[in-house]
Design a protein around this ligand. Structure first.
Ligand SMILES: NC(=O)c1ccc[n+]([C@@H]2O[C@H](COP(=O)([O-])OP(=O)(O)OC[C@H]3O[C@@H](n4cnc5c(N)ncnc54)[C@H](O)[C@@H]3O)[C@@H](O)[C@H]2O)c1
Length: 435
């Protein structure tokens, strides 16, 4: 009889958009994964081979359940069984737009008493440089009585994901890893090398934290730039979409960013302000970040103004008009509406007296969100000729492949198009207003 080879066992803490795919990726690599979450419904779903994320098929969960490599629990004592614990919990902003590390620190308090000597703890949540060392480390040390870098390893490895992009596979995306000590880093590199094709070691947790912020600030600033150019070129009678298509033929020194109705999602509208807060502590201002934030947050209001202009052109006031929001998710082909500009657009329209409904094939009912709780429970309207013809105007906020925009073009009298989807469809009954 041969003895069973002991498998690596890890805990993934926080089974959301980041944690669940990561847990599955490690399980696929033969690692035994215990997913921990305070949300019992997610734990129950995984343990019954179900998925609660649109882009993760239940079959992917079921496959790892059958292999005996994936389980979920709300019991944080399970950390004691694991060689490594990876923290993937939210890092939002407070109402005052300061970093809210409460989820990370609550997790640290919950796992510290169960941390065993020689274990590895990795933070994946996006945050400002210094968090792992200055915030997470002391809580883990106080709760465990162990010393980081001596009794247990501590590292930071940011998550990189492109939600809604079927070409983006977690195992193919290089993973940056920084450790508190070089031994911490090497340990984390060895762990991630089991599950991803390329690991990029850096000299410290701070560098890894700062690299993630650079990536997201880069996006936020460039989206703001193209949004500003959209407004300027529009006044000059130039179509920004055609301009970007032309510019992107340059084979070097340029990459395209596209205008839109404003930023959304858990990352780009939030993460840059983690650096703003930390820079302030060093007596510095983050002027690019602030300016980009100002331009991007003005976009949803601009979309509403465009709708008012379109209605006015047809002799109708915004007040009392029936407006259909097409797409609630913050980007195409995902079911995530966190920080979506659709909410600001809907709220502004409602405040100005319009009757607002929405359609989103991926969000049949608005979930409870931290920022826009008042919309919870509202349902997506049907996509039919009768329903679409009953609106005075439609605003395309999100371009989902699953939406028949052709039908919208035949039924709606006017469309404000923030994603340029109607341009590809040829002539239609609706008058199109780009925004
Ligand atoms: N979603 C993305 O595309 C993305 C991409 C890169 C980085 N990130 C970063 O990854 C982190 C997680 O984001 P997400 O989108 O997965 O969030 P999410 O809200 O989808 O998931 C977080 C999970 O953590 C759980 N949780 C909260 N507090 C907990 C606690 N104390 N103990 C255990 N579980 C707890 C929640 O119940 C939830 O299931 C954030 O820092 C985010 O900025 C997200």
């Amino acid at each position: 009889m041969t003895a069973a080879i002991p498998r690596t066992k890890i805990c993934v803490i926080g089974l959301g958009y980041v944690g669940l795919p990561l847990a599955i990726q490690f399980a696929k690599a033969g690692v035994h994964v215990v997913g921990l979450d305070i949300d019992a419904t997610k734990v129950e779903a995984i343990n019954t081979s179900a998925s609660y994320l649109r882009h993760i098929p239940a079959a992917a969960v079921a496959e790892q359940r059958r292999a005996g490599l994936l389980e979920a629990s709300t019991d944080f004592q399970r950390v004691a069984e694991a060689e490594a614990s990876i923290i993937c919990v939210p890092t939002p902003l407070t109402k005052q737009r300061d970093p809210d590390l409460s989820f990370v620190l609550n997790t640290a308090r919950a796992i510290a008493p169960h941390l065993r000597k020689g274990a590895l703890v990795v933070l994946e949540s996006t945050t400002y440089p210094g968090t792992t060392e200055e915030e997470l480390r002391p809580v883990l040390e106080a709760g465990s009585g162990l010393v980081a870098g001596v009794d247990f390893h501590l590292a930071f490895s940011p998550e990189r994901e492109d939600p809604g992009n079927p070409q983006s596979r977690i195992g193919d995306i290089p993973k940056i890893v920084g450790g508190l000590t070089s031994a911490c880093r090497d340990r984390a590199v060895a762990l991630y090398s089991l599950a991803v094709g390329r690991v990029v070691p850096v000299s410290s947790c701070r560098v890894a934290e700062a690299a993630k912020l650079l990536e997201n600030i880069f996006r936020g600033v460039n989206i703001a730039l193209v949004n500003e150019l959209k407004v300027i070129y529009e006044r000059m009678g130039i179509d920004i979409w055609e301009v970007v298509e032309a510019a992107k033929t340059k084979p070097f020194g340029f990459m395209p960013f596209y205008p839109g109705p404003g930023l959304g999602g858990h990352c780009i509208p939030i993460d840059p302000f983690y650096l703003t807060w930390k820079a302030r502590a060093h007596g510095l201002n983050t002027r690019f970040i602030e300016l980009a934030g100002e331009i991007n947050t003005a976009m949803p209001l601009r979309v509403v103004d465009r709708a008012a202009e379109a209605l006015n052109d047809a002799g109708r006031p915004l007040k009392g008009s029936r407006v259909l929001i097409v797409g609630l998710a913050y980007k195409g082909n995902v079911d995530d509406c966190r920080e979506s500009p659709s909410f600001v657009i809907m709220e502004t329209l409602r405040d100005r007296g319009a009757h607002v409904a929405y359609h989103d094939p991926h969000i049949p009912k608005i979930p409870v969100t931290r920022e826009h709780a008042a919309w919870a429970g509202q349902e997506s309207v049907a996509w039919s000729q009768t329903v679409l013809s009953s609106f005075d105007i439609a605003i395309i906020v999100t371009a989902h492949n699953a939406v028949d925009h052709q039908l919208l073009g035949q039924c709606a009298p006017m469309i404000v198009d923030t994603r340029n989807v109607m341009a590809a469809l040829g002539p239609c009954r609706a008058k199109i207003w780009k925004a």
